[in-house]
Design a protein around this ligand. Structure first.
Ligand SMILES: Cc1cc2nc3c(=O)[nH]c(=O)nc-3n(C[C@H](O)[C@H](O)[C@H](O)COP(=O)(O)OP(=O)(O)OC[C@H]3O[C@@H](n4cnc5c(N)ncnc54)[C@H](O)[C@@H]3O)c2cc1C
Length: 373
C-alpha cells in the first residue's frame, strides 16, 4: 500500500503486529462478534498493541506515528473486521486526537493514563436526532456551572455514537450560545447521562452504536471553536477511506478465489468475459482508491491542508467498497446471499463508509466548494 512513502522500522513492525493480530485474533471472530458486540476486553487488547494511541504524539505517551501508518492500520483492521476498524479509526482521529489538540494539561493528566491502558474507552458525540449532515444545528446546550470554572451543565440528546456502549468518556459537541459551539469531556458514569439504548445497524453490527440523553450532565470544557473541533474529521476521513479500501480488498480477494473455483458451462467463472470485466474494473478502482488514500495521508504528514484530498479519498474509496462488494457478491451468485459466505457481510459493512463521518453527498459539496472557491 505504501509506494513513495518511507515508514520507519518501528512503524513497519507495528503494522506487522497489527496484521498478526488481525489474522490470529480478529478475523476468526468477526462472525461471532457480529451476533452481538466485541468482547469486554477489546479495548485492553487494542491498547496493549498501541492501536488506540497511534496518532498521539510521544510526548503525551502515544506512538506518534504518521497518518500513512494510521491509514494502513485502518485498512488492515478492515480485512479482519470492518466494525473494529471503524471504532479504532474514530477513537484515534476524533477522540485521542481531541486530547492532543484541545485538552489542557490537567485534563490530559486525569484521563490519558486510563485511555492509553484501555481502562477508559472513548466515544465522540456530534450527531443528534435533529442534527446530522447539518452538524452546526446541534441543539445540546452547554450552560456554565456557577463556582466551577471550566465545567458546564449539558442538556440534549445524541445518537449514532460509535462505541458509546463501551465508552467511559464521551467527547460531546454542544452549543454555548446561538453562534458558538464547542466540545466537552463527559464521563458516562454519572446520573446526568441517560442510556437511550443501543442502535442496531444493518452493517458494522458488532459496533456498539449508542443513543443517550443528557439532563444536567456535567461536562468539562475543552476550549476550541466548532470549526477547529470538527476539523479533526479531515484525518478521520482518511481513516474511513482506508477502512473502505480494506473492505474492497478483502471482497476482491474472496471474489477472485471463488471465480476460479466455481465451474458452470464446463469452465470456471474466471474464464467468462463478463466476470473478467468485474475483476478488471475492481482492480482499477481499488488501485485508484489506494492512491487517493495514500496521497491524502502523505499530504497530512507533510503538514499540508487536506480538506479536498480527504474528501476525495473517503468518497472514492467508499464508493469503491460499495461497487467491489456488490460485484463480488454477484460473482458468488446465490451463495453470495448466504451467511456462510463472508461476502454478504462485507457488502453490508461497506455501506457505513458512504455515510459515517459525512455522507457522500456532503463529500461532494466539500469538493465542489474547494474547487469553486
Ligand atoms: C454506524 C454509524 C456510526 C456513526 N458513528 C457516529 C459517531 O461516532 N459520532 C457521531 O457524532 N455520529 C456518528 N454517526 C452519524 C453519521 O455521521 C451521520 O449518520 C451522517 O453524518 C449523516 O447524518 P444523518 O444520518 O442525520 O443523515 P441526514 O443528514 O438526515 O441526511 C440524509 C441524506 O440526505 C443527504 N443530505 C443531507 N444534507 C444534504 C445536502 N445539503 N445536500 C445534499 N444531500 C444532503 C445526506 O447525504 C444523506 O444521504 C454514525 C452513523 C452510523 C450509521
Amino acid at each position: 500500500m505504501t509506494p513513495f512513502v518511507n515508514l520507519s522500522e518501528e512503524e513497519q513492525q507495528f503494522l506487522c503486529d497489527v496484521r498478526k493480530f488481525v489474522d490470529e485474533y480478529v478475523f476468526p471472530q468477526t462472525r461471532e462478534w457480529e451476533k452481538d458486540t466485541f468482547p469486554a476486553d477489546i479495548w485492553k487488547r487494542c491498547a496493549a498493541l498501541g492501536l488506540t494511541s497511534v496518532v498521539l504524539p510521544k510526548e503525551y505517551g502515544g506512538r506518534g506515528y504518521s497518518c500513512v501508518t494510521y491509514a494502513e492500520m485502518c485498512r488492515i483492521l478492515a480485512h479482519g473486521d470492518p466494525a473494529l476498524a471503524m471504532n479504532v479509526a474514530a477513537v484515534n482521529a476524533l477522540c485521542v486526537a481531541h486530547f492532543e489538540k484541545f485538552a489542557n494539561d490537567e485534563q490530559r493528566a486525569k484521563y490519558l493514563p486510563s485511555i492509553l491502558n484501555g481502562d477508559c474507552p472513548l466515544a465522540w458525540g456530534l450527531t443528534e436526532p435533529l442534527a446530522g449532515s447539518d452538524a452546526r444545528y446541534v441543539q445540546t446546550k452547554a450552560t456554565p456551572i456557577p463556582d466551577r470554572p471550566g465545567y458546564f451543565h449539558l442538556n440534549g440528546e445524541k445518537m449514532f455514537t460509535t462505541n458509546g456502549g463501551f465508552a467511559g468518556l464521551i467527547i460531546v459537541i454542544a452549543r454555548l450560545d446561538e453562534e458558538n459551539l464547542s466540545a466537552f469531556l463527559v464521563e458516562k458514569d454519572q446520573p446526568g447521562v441517560i442510556d437511550k439504548g443501543r442502535i442496531e445497524t444493518v452493517g458494522v453490527k458488532a459496533s456498539y452504536t449508542w443513543r443517550f440523553e443528557m439532563k444536567d450532565a456535567i461536562g468539562w470544557h475543552t476550549p476550541g471553536s466548532f470549526e477547529d473541533v470538527i476539523s479533526l474529521l479531515y484525518r478521520g476521513r482518511v481513516g474511513i477511506g482506508a477502512m473502505a479500501l480494506g473492505i474492497a480488498e478483502k471482497a476482491f480477494e474472496l471474489g477472485k478465489a471463488y471465480s476460479k473455483e466455481r465451474v458452470q458451462f464446463g469452465r470456471p467463472l474466471a474464464k467468462m468475459q463478463s466476470v473478467q470485466n468485474m475483476i478488471a474494473d475492481s482492480s482499477m478502482e481499488i488501485e485508484a482508491a489506494r492512491l487517493l488514500v495514500l496521497k491524502a495521508a502523505a499530504m497530512y504528514d507533510r503538514g499540508e491542508p487536506i480538506v479536498k484530498e480527504a474528501s476525495h479519498a473517503k468518497l472514492f474509496a467508499s464508493e469503491t467498497a460499495r461497487n467491489v462488494t456488490n460485484r463480488m457478491l454477484q460473482i458468488f451468485g446465490g451463495r453470495g446471499m448466504m451467511p456462510e459466505y463472508l461476502i454478504e457481510k462485507l457488502w453490508r459493512d461497506a455501506k457505513l463508509t458512504e455515510i459515517g463521518e459525512g455522507a457522500s453527498e456532503i463529500q461532494r459539496l466539500i469538493i465542489a466548494k474547494q474547487e469553486l472557491s
